[in-house]
Design a protein around this ligand. Structure first.
Ligand SMILES: Nc1ncnc2c1ncn2[C@@H]1O[C@H](COP(=O)(O)OP(=O)(O)OP(=O)(O)O)[C@@H](O)[C@H]1O
Length: 317
């Protein structure tokens, strides 16, 4: 009799996720928490305990299990700094989320972690449970973790080698819950940190961002080399700051040239993912924590087109 009431109470809060077994005065409940975030899992367990103990006077055991989510990393990299890698990573994450993927964002850029500002999460600090970090939510449905949230401003530069690698691992191996796609904003360049990251965490693929100038493209080629050596496929190359759209007259000019990244992609036999124009709107929106891909404006279109191609690549691989 008591058993029926307990089953009913537990089912009311946990539905099919709960399996109940009774033996004498002992009740055992197995909860399937597959696909839930850490917070949701804890809330469910607490609700089930409360529901069961209200009607079950005997011993109560609750075990929570979960299937491991298959999670893939996409590295966003550039040969040099300031080419718009972080901007692309943030908007790519939002674009993939809009296509139905469960996306998280890791800001591994130790030299200039900018994702908290781009993703409007500057006031958020991650908490940790058993030394495992809990990503912070953002207004765009993309949870994130940033090196910028782990260290005091200005101190990141003093970090070196193994310390950095350890901190980055903490970000990647945080409690990402149901996240199936993790966009990784790598530091610019091709040093040890990048190499360790790539070797240790084996991204499924890499997106390379470059501006159209020759020098940036030479550096981008080095970044491509780094992934090639580690056996990581290149999803494609993005040309950023290509063509300046005058906010007054709409005329398009090319301060940095145009087409260089596409030509480089063709030369290397790699896919070209698209061109993002140099537009003041992209910079002001990014600085204000409003990534263009999260709005309906024209500035978001180029990012969504790129996200579409990356989404197709993920489906095909
Ligand atoms: N297409 C664009 N149009 C206008 N401004 C842009 C564009 N892309 C990026 N920016 C601006 O350029 C600056 C550098 O961009 P971002 O921080 O994304 O580059 P990064 O390659 O990640 O640099 P870092 O090496 O410092 O991490 C930012 O102020 C950003 O808003």
């Amino acid at each position: 009799m008591k058993q029926d009431v307990t089953i009913e109470h537990v089912r009311a809060v946990a539905g099919d996720r709960a399996t109940l077994r009774f033996e004498g005065d002992r009740a055992g409940i197995v909860l399937d928490a597959t696909g839930l975030s850490a917070r949701e899992r804890d809330a469910l367990e607490a609700a089930v305990r409360a529901a069961a103990s209200a009607s079950w006077p005997g011993e109560l055991r609750v075990v929570v299990t979960a299937e491991r989510t298959q999670r893939r990393l996409i590295a966003v990299a550039s040969g040099k700094g300031g080419v718009g890698k972080s901007t692309l990573a943030a908007n790519l994450a939002i674009g993939l989320k809009a296509r139905g993927r469960r996306v998280g964002l890791v800001d591994a850029d130790i030299y200039g972690p900018s994702q908290p500002r781009l993703m409007a999460a500057e006031d958020q600090r991650p908490t940790a449970k058993d030394k495992v970090l809990d990503p912070v939510p953002t207004p765009f449905g993309v949870p994130m973790l940033s090196m910028g949230q782990l260290v005091a401003p200005g101190r990141a530069l003093a970090w070196r080698g193994p310390m950095v690698a350890g901190a980055l691992t903490q970000l990647v191996e945080a409690d990402w819950g149901a996240t199936d796609t993790l966009v990784l904003d790598l530091p610019p360049g091709t040093g040890d940190v990048q190499l360790t990251m790539v070797q240790k965490h084996k991204p499924a693929g890499a997106v390379i961002v470059s501006t159209p100038q020759d020098l940036a493209l030479i550096d981008a080629t080095r970044a491509i080399d780094l992934f090639d050596k580690a056996g990581i496929p290149i999803i494609g190359i993005v040309e950023n700051m290509a063509g300046y759209i005058c906010p007054h007259c709409g005329e398009v000019s090319d301060p940095f040239g145009t087409g260089g990244a596409q030509a480089t992609a063709e030369r290397l036999g790699l896919p070209f993912l698209g061109r993002v124009p140099l537009a003041i709107g992209i910079r002001t929106a990014s600085d204000a924590g409003q990534p263009p891909a999260a709005g309906n404006g024209a500035d978001g279109a180029a990012f969504h087109a790129i996200a579409g191609l990356v989404d197709d690549w993920l489906t095909a691989h």
